[in-house]
Ligand binder design. Structure first.
Ligand SMILES: *Cc1c(COP(=O)(O)O)cnc(C)c1O
Ligand SMILES: [Zn+2]
Length: 432
């Protein structure tokens, strides 16, 4: 077991406490000699009958594919993963394809896929004997880290750019007992500061540059493939912010293919918000490096990232899977989100970028109508209730422009009068 640097190919023992390459600063992959995997599928299935915490974890049930951890007592599971795959016919019609299924990571304990990564990286922190854990986050990472650190008996510290965090996320960080420091400065500035201070403070960083976050997140693909009876879909569609998740999915899928667990790779499609789309621009312009967006803009806060750390890994995974990157406008995201809501599913704005992207890729002929498409909904509908209320009351604005609330569902004021009530309900009944 070792780390391999993406930048200079140097290798380091997996026992070292490093996040990036000590030589060139490049991103690190956790690499393993897996050995024989022919029994894994049946072992994983068998564990579903077990009541042991490590077996009930939707991450560590697949522990053969994350062999960095041998001591299962280091796992503090909150029941992460185990998320459903949901059919959404109305969403498929909206996108102009025959069928779409959603793998909904919003069903996680703190409401996003960050939990899949955090259970793994927090176990790693304990393996290294670290007591103080930290992240810089404007959202789901902070909620997730706070919960998992608390469950593991570690001290969580959350750094947030002042005024840049959604209520549903900050509230959780506070509830789970994280020391929450609101710093004047933007995300990138704070991350640099914290990164340089962490070693001297004995603080373990749990941002997605941490390779063990991605190790946990890759099991989302393993769980999905098991749910699909190991039949590989044509497309996996997901939103892209810091690009950790696409990197994790790509790695997990390649490992499964190399182990003979799946026959081929699905194509990955990353959808970015138009105002925060550095990967999209890089690939469109066939550039060799990513140019950060200085002032990323989008109401989909989970993907409001101008300088995604994991872009070299994301590019590698898109190349390996013949993947694509698409953008969605604020209006497209908002309408796609309301459509997912009408399926009874609901999700965070960033997650809805997937459906908006599928619609565009289908219109362009990249995704065909009969392709087998799975989109990953990354976060829970209640992570951003303000967005929802504004959309449905017709007051949602992006960059100073009022969006059209095409699928608005406004609450109707009514006097306490039987005739008024009857009229209102007859109108409802008439709309079927
Ligand atoms: C973190 C997050 C994303 C973005 O994932 P990256 O790995 O940063 O690309 C998208 N949606 C939600 C809900 C998230 O929490
Ligand atoms: Zn290196």
């Amino acid at each position: 077991m070792h780390f391999t640097c993406l930048g200079c190919n140097a290798t380091f023992p997996l026992t070292e406490n490093i996040h990036t390459c000590p030589r060139c600063g490049g991103l690190l992959d956790a690499c393993y000699d897996f050995g024989e995997a022919s029994s894994w599928k049946s072992v994983w299935l068998e564990r579903r009958k077990s009541q042991a915490a490590a077996d009930r974890s939707g991450v560590f049930r697949f522990r053969e594919i994350l062999p960095f951890l041998s001591d299962l007592s280091l796992i503090a599971s909150l029941g992460e993963g185990n998320t459903p795959v949901l059919d959404a016919p109305a969403a498929a019609r909206y996108a102009g394809i025959d069928r779409v299924r959603f793998k909904h990571q919003g069903f996680n304990p703190t409401g996003s896929f960050k939990d899949n990564g955090m259970v793994s990286a927090v176990a790693r922190a304990r393996q290294l004997g670290m007591r103080l854990v930290a992240c810089v986050s404007t959202g789901n990472t902070s909620a997730s880290m706070a919960a998992y650190a608390a469950a593991a008996g570690l001290r969580p510290v959350v750094f947030v750019p002042r005024g840049e965090i959604a209520m549903g996320k900050l509230a959780q960080a506070l509830e789970y007992g994280a020391t929450t420091l609101q710093v004047e400065g933007n995300f990138d500035v704070i991350l640099k500061l914290v990164f340089s201070l962490a070693p001297s403070l004995g603080m373990y960083l749990l941002n997605s540059v941490n390779p063990f976050r991605l190790e946990g997140q890759k099991t989302i693909m393993v769980e999905l493939m098991e749910q699909l009876a190991w039949r590989v879909p044509d497309w996996i569609v997901l939103p892209g912010g810091n690009l950790g998740n696409v990197s994790a999915f790509g790695k997990g899928l390649r490992e499964m293919r190399d182990l003979g667990l799946i026959a081929r790779l699905p194509r990955l499609a990353v959808i970015q918000a138009e105002g925060a789309a550095p990967l999209y621009h890089m690939l469109r312009d066939a550039a060799t490096a990513l140019t950060p967006v200085d002032h990323p803009q989008t109401l989909a806060t989970a993907i409001k990232i101008g300088a995604p750390v994991s872009w070299p890994k994301a590019v590698r995974e898109l190349r390996a899977s013949n993947g694509v990157c698409e953008v969605a406008t604020e209006q497209e995201i908002a309408d796609a989100k309301a459509t997912i809501g009408r399926c009874g599913i609901g999700c965070e704005p960033a997650s809805a970028a997937t459906l908006a992207g599928i619609r565009k890729l289908a219109a362009a002929g990249t995704i065909r109508a009969d392709d087998d498409v799975v989109a990953v909904l990354t976060g829970h509908v209640l992570k951003d209730p303000e967005y929802i209320l504004k959309y449905h009351s017709g007051s949602l604005e992006a960059n100073g422009v009022r969006l059209t609330s095409k699928y608005a569902n406004q609450p109707k004021p009514l006097p306490a009068d039987p005739e008024a009530l009857r009229k209102a309900l007859e109108a409802t009944a008439a709309t079927g």
